[in-house]
Design a binder for this molecule. Structure first.
Ligand SMILES: Cc1cc2nc3c(=O)[nH]c(=O)nc-3n(C[C@H](O)[C@H](O)[C@H](O)COP(=O)(O)O)c2cc1C
Length: 253
């Protein structure tokens, strides 16, 4: 019985080896080995391994290429952070997530903010006063109007609805802050907003609408008031030009 089992096992092994041999010979034919009279199994295995390695190298190159393309290609509505400046540091290639925040007393900055958010593919957040501004509040000719009083007192911090806190602020890299120009600068309610949230590690990008004044003084004042924060170049959005906005947004780091 034992001898019979031994005989059977040897027969099966022989059969297995001949099947493997046939398989290897078939593969060797497929990969067009140099015509040799005798091909040893070891050689075939080495060549097979080389073919596998070559295949892996091609696959790796293709994957890297695809990643680099994804990272470098200017996908619509996406701003890339220092993309590909250092291709070996993946963190440099992450997408910048943007939030467009705005305060608007009479609707002009709201429209600009909506346009901006649509063009750059950002989320929107309205900076809403606890007490809305009436027409009388906005009368700049009235020395006693709410806006005049607020703008004459640089320490004024008009209250915001729900404290002006942005939920999930942590997910954003860039925060656009829009406002109407009041007396050549940003309304003090923007100070309330900037002090209600922590913008550490983010880039604040001011934008504004006005009756003609530039945004320069507002940017200067905000940078001076919050030196701990990083500011991007501000832009006046009295006229919306998609190409212009895309170009500007692309410079934000
Ligand atoms: C109190 C007050 C002060 C303003 N000061 C200026 C100014 O200094 N320069 C300017 O060009 N426009 C000024 N404006 C006009 C606004 O900036 C402009 O109408 C703006 O687009 C309004 O935006 P909003 O509709 O989002 O509030 C002032 C408006 C108000 C109400």
């Amino acid at each position: 019985m034992f001898m019979y089992r031994l005989y059977r096992r040897r027969k099966q092994k022989k059969k297995r080896l001949s099947t493997q041999g046939k398989l290897l010979a078939k593969i060797a034919k497929e990969i067009e080995l140099p015509k040799k009279k005798c091909i040893f199994a070891d050689e075939i295995q080495i060549l097979l391994r080389m073919k596998k390695i070559a295949l892996l190298i091609v696959l790796a190159a293709m994957t890297l290429g695809a990643t680099a393309q994804d990272c470098c290609s200017k996908a619509k509505n996406e701003t890339k952070k220092d993309c590909c400046s250092k291709s070996n540091e993946t963190k440099q290639c992450k997408t910048m997530k943007a939030l467009v925040t705005y305060f608007s007393a009479s609707g002009v900055t709201r429209n600009a903010a909506n346009e901006l958010a649509g063009i750059i593919g950002a989320d929107l957040f309205e900076i809403t006063p606890e007490k809305l501004y009436t027409d009388a509040d906005l009368n700049w000719r009235d020395k006693k109007s709410r806006s005049t009083l607020e703008m004459n007192d640089k320490t004024s911090r008009p209250a915001l609805k729900d404290g002006g806190k942005v939920k999930n602020l942590a997910q954003y890299d860039v925060v656009y802050v829009g406002f109407p120009i009041w007396w050549y600068t940003a309304p003090t309610i923007i100070n309330t907003f900037l002090e209600a949230n922590d913008f550490t590690g983010k880039t604040i990008v001011p934008f504004a609408t006005s009756g003609g004044s530039s945004i320069d003084q507002a940017c200067k004042d905000l940078k001076a008031a919050y030196p701990k924060y990083k500011f991007g170049d501000g832009k006046l959005l009295n006229r919306i030009n998609k190409a212009d906005i895309e170009k500007w947004a692309a410079t934000v780091k």
